[in-house]
Design a protein around this ligand. Structure first.
Ligand code: 13P
Ligand code: SF4
Length: 316
């Protein structure tokens, strides 16, 4: 038995013994996606956390995903394999600065991307993910003034497709910012039949050269729905290719090129901190555990529930 197989069987034993559920984001290492009970995008992970009857939720993802699960299920134990798995986008929006920005703009509805800390959510009116951001903005009355944070790229994209002016926070994800529109154009010339799939956290120039823009779940769904399409160039974190290749074995998925391959790649270093070994240890020791201050949690839960209610209404 290989080391990974060994860990997998130990993880499976512990999961049963402890009535735990393992949730994994599409950006996780392939072996973690394979051992998880459920793999999904940020919205699906929150929806799954909300409905699970397990006593322990293990969130194979990054810290804000664990926090969201803990805020929705304060009575459950929420574990993350590596407590250092943060998010550059969430870090680009310190809670004190955001609270000052919100206070300086009274009368605005505050819409925050789920990639934020619990403290930012505590001063937010509605949370969105890349799956539901457009729909949620469209449900707001046209006269409502909107602050959108922290992702400037997602905010600009949603503003363009909805025609809504929004006050944007100037944050970004270091992984999605790296894709190069120029190199994607060159790659398209080399693969003339390929469809370019891009996440809306990418820069506007990358979105402009793409054929399909959507959340990780939406990009996967597009590939599955187009079995006749042979090649795809994928401008989002590399981990999604695992599920794309699994669900569409006859299709070809090529990671989109980044500006400076020597300086970085399309892998999120935070997401990659989680490993099978750390998942095993975290289940065994029931640590690291996510804790959220109860007062912050009480305030933050409203905007997350509002998002989940609207998503349920529109079957998102
Ligand atoms: P989605 O899961 O909403 O596609 O977002 C991607 C992401 O960047 C998560 O960190
Ligand atoms: Fe955050 Fe970007 Fe990593 Fe997603 S890919 S967790 S947005 S740093």
């Amino acid at each position: 038995m290989s080391a990974v197989d060994n860990l997998r069987s130990e993880i499976e034993k512990l999961r049963k013994e402890k009535n735990a559920v393992i949730l994994a984001h599409y950006y996780q290492r392939g072996e973690l996606q394979d051992v998880a009970d459920f793999v999904g995008d940020s919205l699906a992970l929150a929806q799954w956390a909300q409905k699970t009857e397990a006593d322990i939720i293990v969130m194979c993802g990054v810290h804000f995903m664990g926090e969201t699960a803990k805020i929705l299920c304060p009575e459950k134990k929420v574990l993350v394999p590596d407590a250092a798995a943060g998010c550059s986008l969430a870090d680009s929006c310190p809670a004190d600065d955001f609270a000052r920005f919100v206070a300086a703009h009274p009368g605005y509805t505050v819409v925050s991307y789920v990639n934020t800390s619990a403290a930012v959510k505590a001063c937010t009116d509605i949370v969105v993910t890349s799956t539901n951001a457009r729909k949620i903005i469209e449900t707001l009355p046209p006269e409502e003034k909107i602050i959108f944070g922290p992702d400037r790229n997602l905010g600009s994209y949603i503003s363009a497709v909805t025609g809504r002016e929004m006050l944007l926070w100037d944050g970004a994800c270091h992984v999605h910012e790296q894709f190069s529109a120029e190199k994607i154009r060159q790659m398209k010339a080399e693969h003339p039949g390929a469809v370019v799939l891009a996440h809306p956290e990418c820069k506007g120039a990358v979105v402009d050269v793409s054929d399909v823009v959507g959340s990780t779940a939406a990009l996967l769904k597009y590939a599955v729905a187009h079995p006749g399409q042979r090649e795809f160039i994928v401008a989002t974190e590399n981990g999604i290719l695992h599920e794309m290749r699994k669900q569409c074995p006859a299709q070809v998925f090529i990671p989109a090129p980044v500006e400076d391959a020597a300086a970085g790649c399309s892998e999120c270093n935070f997401m990659r901190l989680n490993t099978m070994e750390k998942l095993y240890r975290c289940l065994k020791d029931e640590s690291p555990e996510i804790q959220v201050d109860p007062e912050v949690s009480r305030k933050a839960v409203r905007c997350i529930r509002r998002m989940l209610d609207i998503s349920a209404r529109y079957k998102l």
